[in-house]
Design a protein around this ligand. Structure first.
Ligand code: GTQ
Ligand code: FE2
Length: 359
């Protein structure tokens, strides 16, 4: 059997020589691999923790922010970001995803800006609001998914009489990690006015499934369809559930021209679960945020049990065992970093042989 050969350093180097050597390393801005802790753990350690934000509490805080804080503070948005308790104080729901609840009061306008992080909105409460994406007015209503992809100008208008609250999902931690955040305020501010037209994006790309304009535009790096309507999602879930014979259907929101994810960094999905099933316990690389839309369900994440009611938001860390069970018919929205993990060829999924035990 071949023996591994090493050039032999002194068995017992002089402590003073070692100290001097480590000093010289630090001086030279280099660090030895042999002094690193946890650089390559055997499996991803849970950095973030599984965490739940209850809608009841969130809603009250968001409403209070509407009373106390004008919209022109910090980023021109009234946004409460989910801060993962394991995230060292950063305002991130997970290590790769920004999640937040945004509150836009009646008569308010969140003025135009653009940034390289891509954003999506999943509407939870209110009506009559529209987001202008570049020059396209996109209406917002509960259960709708609205996209404001990277570097597209966007401003939110509420000409109505009640507030709107929605979930924001962005790729901010990923774009920050690669030092590619750019931001600009809009050139001028539009006046608040109601728009009752259908967005140009929907006129072109949401006519009917599988029917695309023949005079297609050059492909954008994101879905050209900027809104996915609740009625359509609901109908598609009903049909998929029928096709599968229940009790779990999941739909991925896709670019109608390519089938790709809605944005290069973010995967969005909608799940419907019927009572009587606990999904297999799986874990995946990459993290996700889950937003309950309707019904009642229980999630187990890394042995911790969470009850999901409408509006509740759950953070699922990378490689955390995760399963779901509904106590009544339940719809859940999810956003994840899966396109990035897949592009990096780092996507892994494992289904555990048995359901996890509660801690
Ligand atoms: O609505 O434009 O939650 O720019 C974070 C940054 C929302 C927005 C957020 C943003 C927005
Ligand atoms: Fe924004």
């Amino acid at each position: 059997m071949a023996t591994r050969r090493f050039t032999a350093p002194a068995d017992f180097p002089e402590p003073a020589a070692l100290d001097e050597f480590y000093g010289a390393l630090a001086e030279a801005d280099v660090q030895p691999l042999w002094a690193q802790q946890g650089l390559m753990p055997r499996t991803p350690p849970l950095r973030d923790v599984p965490a739940l934000w209850k809608w009841k509490r969130l809603r009250a805080l968001a409403e209070r922010s509407g009373e106390l804080v004008p919209i022109d503070r910090g980023g021109d948005r009234r946004v409460l970001a989910f801060a993962n308790p394991g995230g060292g104080g950063l305002p991130y729901a997970t290590s790769t995803l920004w999640g937040a609840v945004q509150y836009l009061g009646p008569g308010e306008l969140a003025p135009a800006h653009h940034h390289t992080p891509g954003a999506l909105r999943f509407v939870l409460e209110g009506s009559g609001v529209w987001t202008l994406v570049d020059s396209d007015p996109v209406a917002m209503n509960p259960g709708d998914l609205v996209l404001t992809p990277s570097w597209r100008w966007h401003e939110h208008h509420n000409p109505g009489t009640g507030p709107m609250l929605w979930f924001d999902g962005l790729d901010i931690p990923m774009v920050r990690a690669v030092d590619a955040v750019f931001f600009e305020d809009g050139p001028d501010r539009m006046t608040n006015r109601a728009v009752d037209t259908v967005s140009r994006a929907e006129l072109r790309y949401a006519g009917a499934p599988g029917l695309l304009p023949l005079d297609d535009e050059p492909p954008a790096p994101h879905s050209p369809l900027l809104a996915y309507r609740r009625a359509e999602t609901d109908r598609a879930l009903t049909r998929l559930l029928a096709a599968r014979g229940g009790p779990h259907a999941a739909l991925r929101f896709a670019d109608p021209t390519s089938g790709a994810d809605v944005m290069p960094t973010l995967r969005c999905a909608m799940h419907r679960l019927l009572p009587g099933l606990r999904t297999p316990t799986t874990r995946r690389t990459g993290s996700s945020i889950w937003v309950a839309y309707s019904g009642a369900a229980t999630a187990v994440v890394d042995g911790h049990r969470f009850d999901l009611e409408p509006g509740d938001v759950l953070a699922v860390p990378s490689w955390a065992p995760f399963d779901l069970a509904a106590t009544e018919p339940t719809d859940l929205f999810s956003v994840s970093d899966a396109p990035v993990l897949e592009a990096m060829r780092l996507a892994r999924t494992e289904t555990l042989p048995a359901h996890q035990e509660l801690r």
